[in-house]
Design a protein around this ligand. Structure first.
Ligand SMILES: Cc1ncc(COP(=O)(O)O)c(C=O)c1O
Length: 442
């Protein structure tokens, strides 16, 4: 179990008395990372762009951050890790990099559960970009079960055929909380019969891990995903860094997303020919978010320590390789903690007669968020009422606009509470009892 009493004191926002319960949007930053930022300022310099000791030190720490991130998800090496600003940019980068590979008649299969970040880029590719070049590519949407919040795998399978280049699916819905069956989706992708330019016969599988990676142990080799994207601002790091993992062999062949400085092979630029840098720098054009990258990797290390042994630092601020067994233990511990929290939330909110709760009815298959609507109050009124009681929530469509329309919600909105490792059961009770109070007021 997570010893929340030992880690809450490290989060200034929690310590200040805030009821932090909108974590699916962004989590809080622990004091250790704020202090680290202050320390890094002394050796502040650019990377790959100087011979000073400060630049060398910063470069080494920056590059090592990629190793930490790779180890965290079981990726073979830093060459599989590309860093962008967020999940949205990471998914867009796949769209732009693969753009010239799409052929007339191809299709992309995604789902009604997606965050707009994993639907709108594919819509844009089909309707805004390829169509202008006379290339017709369709984007199909797989349904989900409105009652259980589970993805309809039979429908998904019926959409996938030998013209499906890519299946893009969320690993966990930011509205329903549903964790999707990635291995089963992989099987469907493997059997599509699509012939990729490499000669491989299968559809690529891209998983939007924004709500999954911060909450669950992920081994990309075991899941056999081709692409995985997520953001660090949902796992204790400051804003500004998102990850694209890509399976070995893909990035070598893919076109760069952004062109410019540092993504070229040293000295290999001429009017006739430009050669690209080695991975992962081929995809790192321009000065990157250096401090954000270092803080993001250290957030992983700190998350491991918070989960395994709060107050003691086995990984944070060390260059120790992350042991896969430790990552597994740490993340399973987090998942178990979150199951307890969401079970309590489901129990309390289920007692409110006027409330409609979305997503799976048990904690087994969901992340620590819960979205709902009240028969006699708009989600915005609920969120305002909660704020008056000192409880943070989010009302709106949470960028899961397709899913809100799927439920025919007008306006397309719901209210959402979401928890993270520093939340304890009392937080959940307080937040949910506040919902009860707000919804009972006529
Ligand atoms: C499931 C999901 N995908 C994608 C995103 C987009 O993440 P970002 O805003 O970091 O790009 C979010 C953010 O809420 C999300 O929950």
């Amino acid at each position: 179990m997570i010893k929340t009493n030992k880690i809450r004191k490290y989060f200034p926002a929690v310590k200040s008395g805030r009821m932090v319960s909108n974590n699916a949007a962004s989590t809080q930053v622990p004091i250790q990372l704020v202090k680290l930022l202050k320390k890094l300022i002394v050796q502040y310099d650019n990377v790959h762009r100087g011979q000073s000791r400060a630049s060398m030190l910063t470069t080494a720490k920056f590059e090592a951050s990629y190793d930490t991130i790779a180890q965290f998800i079981g990726a073979p090496s830093r060459e599989n890790i590309i860093l962008y600003r967020n999940t949205t940019e990471a998914i867009n980068s796949v769209m732009y990099s693969l753009m010239t590979e799409f052929k007339d008649g191809d299709n992309i299969v995604t789902t009604f559960m997606e965050h707009n970040s994993n639907y709108v880029p594919w819509y844009g590719l089909c309707k805004d970009i390829l169509s202008k070049f006379g290339i017709k590519v369709e984007c199909w949407l797989a349904k989900f079960n409105q009652k259980t919040g589970e993805l309809d795998l039979v429908h998904l399978k019926s959409l996938v055929d030998k013209r499906t280049k890519l299946i893009c699916c969320t690993g966990a819905s930011n509205f329903l909380g549903t964790k999707t069956p990635i291995k089963k989706i992989r099987e469907i992708a493997n059997l599509s019969g699509y012939v990729q330019p490499t000669g491989e016969k299968k559809s690529y599988l891209l998983i939007d891990g924004a709500q999954l990676v911060p909450n669950k142990f992920i081994d990309v080799k075991e899941l056999d995903v081709d692409f995985l994207a997520w953001s660090f601002h949902k796992m204790m790091a400051p804003f500004g860094v998102g990850v694209l993992y890509a399976r070995e062999g893909l990035l070598e062949k893919m076109r760069p997303f952004l062109y410019g400085g540092d993504m070229i092979a040293e000295g290999k630029v001429s009017p006739e020919k430009v050669e690209y840098n080695v991975l992962p720098w081929k995809f790192t054009a321009g000065t990157p978010n250096i401090l954000g990258t270092i803080l993001s990797a250290e957030a992983i290390r700190l998350l491991m320590d918070f989960s395994l042994n709060p107050g003691q630092y086995k990984y944070f601020m060390t260059d120790k390789k992350l042991e896969s067994s430790d990552v597994k233990r740490a993340m399973e511990n987090i998942e178990d903690h979150e199951k307890i929290l969401i079970e309590e939330a489901l129990k309390i909110l289920d007692e409110i007669q006027t409330l409609k709760i979305y997503g799976p009815k048990n904690s087994e298959n969901r992340t620590p968020l819960i979205s709902f609507n009240c028969a006699n109050k708009s989600p915005f009124e609920i969120a305002e009422g909660l704020d008056k009681l000192g409880v943070e929530s989010r009302a709106g469509c949470h960028c899961a606009t397709l899913a809100h329309h799927y439920y025919k919600l007008d306006p397309p909105a719901s209210c959402r509470l979401s928890f993270y490792i520093y939340n304890n059961i009392n937080d959940v009770r307080r937040a949910c009892l506040a919902v009860k109070k707000v919804c009972s007021v006529k």
